[in-house]
Write a protein that binds this ligand. Structure first.
Ligand SMILES: *Cc1c(COP(=O)(O)O)cnc(C)c1O
Length: 403
């Protein structure tokens, strides 16, 4: 069976992990700090904090901004559950908006969803394709929306508008107008989960890029405390001579990244240009393979403004319904090829359905979903493997369309 997204583990990674294991320091320490610095340099933002997941990063930032019961957070309906779950954790209400043809949040729909309760918008760079951040940033800086914004604490007062917290779980290395994700808006959160482009097995990072008068280094320091029990010193600082005494200043969380995980990230980031080159080749081979097929809707992944990180290749089949799509997927698996669907829109999941959200209110998301098939993309997928996927898909689609 051709897998969908196996991790790529090579000697350089294994050696770096062994080096950490032998170093005498395995939790948050020098390698995590180095990885943070490398990420900041790569992404071009102001400061970066590594954590144990993207989900933790999203939640911590909502908590940092003081999101709570009575608040609303706008998110695209077409995303992974984590984007919405963190809003629920805070006691706030997720406001789902429909997406566009490109799978990303639709700006006209954001406009209609903003109220005086809106505190945060979480755009998602679906498949690695960055959202229109000019459009989104301009929107929250519009005077009518700034006037509508009600601040409930000092941080909200300081920003004076809705916070843009980008879910960049897919999009590290993607860019908008030549700038990389992480540097495109107030805060972006990356995921380094095992299936993502750049992995630390589990992990994530918060890329801070807050505007004046915020001091991003100061926010970073505060977040270090917030994500380590509210303790004012981390284990490394405490281990220094005579520095055993610490204080706890808030009921913090436990979400720090370990140096073992950071070891994988350091090597992955060093080799990331090569990773992106190979992923782009695979995207282009798929596009070439399906271009001549009238039924194939090729995903948009490079435009004048936006360039993807080549995370997912979300092919859509024209004119089919959900049942036919599912049948096509069965026929592909029968040929020993793994594919996937990204994502089931949130109102299709029991939790959100039971909270009263209705998929009928999100026709574009449903249409995207019902015709979507994500194809395998990973560094070690050979050109022959790509041709195997293309043949399996064409055979399955034509069988369903002609059957
Ligand atoms: C993977 C993913 C997440 C969650 O990442 P974790 O690191 O597993 O917490 C969040 N949002 C999207 C869009 C994702 O694909």
């Amino acid at each position: 069976m051709l897998p969908f997204s196996p991790p790529k583990i090579y000697d350089e990674i294994i050696d770096e992990v062994i080096d950490t294991l032998r170093s005498g320091w395995i939790t948050t320490g020098p390698k995590t700090k180095l990885f943070e610095k490398m990420l900041t340099d790569y992404n071009g933002n102001k400061s970066t904090l590594c954590l144990n997941s993207a989900t933790a990063g999203l939640e911590i930032m909502l908590r940092w901004f003081g999101v709570e019961e009575g608040d609303e957070v706008i998110i695209p309906v077409y995303t992974y559950c984590s984007t919405a779950n963190v809003v629920v954790h805070c006691g706030a209400k997720p406001i789902f908006v429909d997406v566009g043809e490109d799978f990303n949040i639709n700006i006209e729909n954001i406009k209609k969803a903003i109220t005086s309760k809106t505190k945060v918008i979480i755009p998602v760079d679906f498949a690695g394709f960055p959202c229109d951040y000019d459009g989104i940033n301009n929107l929250v800086n519009q005077s009518d929306f700034k006037d509508l914004f009600k601040s409930n604490n000092e941080i909200q007062e300081k920003l004076g508008r809705i916070l843009i917290l980008s879910d960049a779980a897919h999009s590290i290395g993607g860019s908008f107008k030549g700038n990389r994700t992480g540097s495109l808006t107030d805060v972006s959160v990356f995921s380094f989960h095992a299936v993502k482009n750049l992995t630390t097995a589990e992990g994530g990072a918060v890329a801070l890029n807050l505007p004046e008068p915020f001091d991003n280094a100061e926010v970073y320091n505060h977040l270090c405390v917030k994500t380590l029990h509210g303790q004012n010193k981390d284990a490394l600082a405490k281990s220094k001579k005579g520095a055993w005494r610490y204080d706890v200043i808030e009921a913090g969380y436990k979400a720090n990244m370990t140096d073992i995980n950071a070891s994988l990230g350091l090597v992955e980031l060093r080799n990331y240009a090569d990773t992106l080159t190979r992923r782009k080749q695979i995207f282009d081979l798929y596009t070439k393979g399906f271009d001549s097929k009238g039924w194939a809707q090729i995903p948009v992944y490079e435009t004048e403004n936006s360039v993807t990180s080549y995370h997912l290749y979300p092919l859509r089949i024209k004119g089919i319904d959900e049942v036919q799509r599912d049948k096509i997927i069965d026929l592909i698996f029968e040929q020993e090829v793994s594919v996937n669907v990204h994502f089931q829109p949130l109102p299709m999941l029991s939790l959100y359905k039971n909270m009263g959200y209705n998929i009928a209110d999100y026709p574009v998301a449903y249409d995207n979903y019902s015709r979507e098939i994500s194809l395998p993309v990973y560094y070690d997928l050979s050109n022959d493997n790509v041709q195997t996927v293309i043949k399996a898909l064409i055979k399955a689609v034509e069988q369903v369309l002609n059957g």
